[in-house]
Design a protein around this ligand. Sequence first.
Ligand code: IPE
Ligand code: IPE
Ligand code: MG
Length: 237
Amino acid sequence: MAEVNVPQHVGIIMDGNGRWAKKRGLPRSFGHKQGAAVFKKTINWARELGIKCVTFYAFSTENWKRSPQEVRFLMGFSREIIHRRVAQMDDWGVRVRWSGRRPKLWKSVIDELEVAMERTKHNKVIDVVFCINYGGRAEIADACAEIAREVAAGRIKGDRVTEKMIADHLYNPDIPDCDLVIRTSGEQRTSNFLPWEAAYAELDFVPELFPDCGRDVLWRSIDHYIHRDRRFGGVKK
Ligand code: IPE
Ligand code: IPE
Ligand code: MG
């Protein structure tokens, strides 16, 4: 696969862990564990392809609606995965990032993210963004609140708010727009994932449940992407 054409930034909605477990008569947590194994491998597959950034949707601002047991499991497990995988990610040249809201998120998860971000901050091979307690509308609202504070402080004129200003106040303003969003498990929706950054992304909905995804699934999505005709509102000659 020619490296020049691969998307720079891929977003992955890792969906179907619960169904994977249910099919086997197992608790949902088993699906999350299997999903975590695929998550780790996906970082390596993306790196091999020359992709510069992958954003993983791990826990949404809406996922607090799940049972207290599942929420507790997902919080503890996220913390453990970041802790357990940071050395491997560092070896691979991954720069760890986080997108999400602080309130409600377990402090131990934030602490683990901060340790990982600090340890890997000089790495340059690939950015891996963990979306944990992430909601796209929350991200835009948080950006607007920050801009409103700057308007109140007299640093920005209220009638001069631009798209670039909003983009500059997102959680990770240096990360380029998302080129390709992949959602597993056959669901055809984006569930509040990167509404701003993926406004012009190509979408690929794949039938496989996330824990069943191998390298071939990522390759197939990248192949679909390469054959898409991106026009951004213009006309191709
Ligand atoms: C994705 O799998 C993981 C998270 C949202 C945390 P699900 O847990 O949504 O699995 P399904 O959709 O119920 O199969
Ligand atoms: C989206 O999956 C969120 C994550 C993958 C973290 P969900 O399973 O929560 O989304 P819905 O409820 O099917 O829209
Ligand atoms: Mg789901």
